[in-house]
Design a protein around this ligand. Structure first.
Ligand SMILES: Nc1ncnc2c1ncn2[C@@H]1O[C@H](COP(=O)(O)OP(=O)(O)OP(=O)(O)O)[C@@H](O)[C@H]1O
Length: 299
């Protein structure tokens, strides 16, 4: 294990994963900095869960190098695992235990666990402390999952579609919790299908399609979003008018001068993250994974 210093929390080089003859990940590269919130976006079957589960040490890889906190997740031991937090898509089953009992039970596994009662408050389950875990609503179960993922004060937290089933207020509360964790130095990797979640939360976003990384960047510039043409529309004397322009401010000023006042029904639409995302995955082709003739070297 090398000293951490300024090294990234996660470093992935040439990561390759096969399921039989299906190539699920084609030599992907990326890194995640310490304290960063890194979102992985992609359509169903793109390879997000495969990537994250390799980083968590739950799946073996077929090629490339992966380091999480300086260690190979697939070979790392218990000490490394105690520094990682994982919130999977599937909810744990806790039979007859209530929320307080579940949290206290998990706290015993960690050397420096958070105070169970404070943690229950932090994830917004105060009212449900004595409720059976199996009787929680979907969104409440997710909060319990998140509590269990962060109970050991992980240095890196993995969240697989963490806010599925959350109501809008719960989602915003959850985002704040994640921002607070990152501000405290926790590195966060999350997969999501919610573009708004990636935009609100992530420092950087990786878009995966068909097992390849299509683009990585800050949400504001992903896919050339900041330089793409803006659509300006207004109601002209002969009907609706639409112009695509890379200089919308100048265009609107010229329009104002030309019309001698307000342009009726003026809208200025910059490409949203969803617009560029849909373009990117469309250009990458929809088949999720590409079946390849697998050679001996590939294995
Ligand atoms: N255990 C497995 N055995 C065989 N193929 C698998 C296995 N797990 C995943 N795959 C295939 O690998 C590809 C990537 O799957 P993965 O679950 O990583 O996608 P994902 O991006 O997480 O999708 P989703 O958004 O639906 O959760 C898919 O084509 C999937 O069918």
């Amino acid at each position: 294990m090398r000293p951490l210093g300024e090294s990234p929390a996660i470093e992935v080089r040439g990561l390759r994963k096969l399921y039989g003859e299906t190539v699920a990940l084609h030599d992907i590269d990326f890194e995640v900095h310490r304290g960063e919130i890194f979102a992985v976006l992609g359509p169903n079957g793109a390879g997000k869960t495969t990537t994250v589960e390799i980083l968590e040490g739950f799946r073996p890889r077929d090629g490339g190098t992966v380091e999480v906190l300086g260690q190979d997740p697939f070979r790392a031991g218990e000490e490394w695992r105690a520094r990682i937090g994982v919130v999977l898509q599937t909810t744990g089953e806790f039979e007859d235990l209530n929320v307080g009992e579940v949290v206290r039970h998990f706290a015993r596994y960690y050397p420096d666990a958070q105070d169970p009662d404070a943690l229950i408050d932090r994830v917004g389950l105060t009212e449900k402390r004595d409720a059976r875990a199996s009787k929680l609503s979907g969104g409440q179960q997710r909060r319990l999952d998140v509590a269990l993922g962060i109970i050991g004060r992980p240095e890196v937290l993995f969240l697989d579609e963490p806010t599925t089933g959350f109501d809008p207020q719960s989602r915003r509360d959850f985002w704040q919790l994640i921002r607070d964790l990152a501000a405290g130095g926790t590195t966060i990797v999350l997969t999501t299908h919610y573009l708004e979640e990636a935009e609100q939360l992530a420092d950087r976003v990786a878009v995966i399609a068909g097992g390849r990384i299509v683009d990585i960047g800050v949400p504001q510039t992903l896919g050339g979003r900041d330089t793409e043409a803006t659509v300006v529309s207004w109601m002209g004397p002969d009907g609706p008018e639409t112009v695509h322009t890379t200089t919308p401010t100048k265009f609107a000023a010229d329009l104002h001068a030309r019309l001698g006042g307000e342009a009726p029904g003026l809208t200025v639409h910059r490409p949203s993250l969803e617009d560029v995302y849909l373009q990117m995955i469309g250009a990458a082709g929809t088949p999720a994974a590409v079946t390849a003739a697998v050679t001996t070297e590939d294995r």
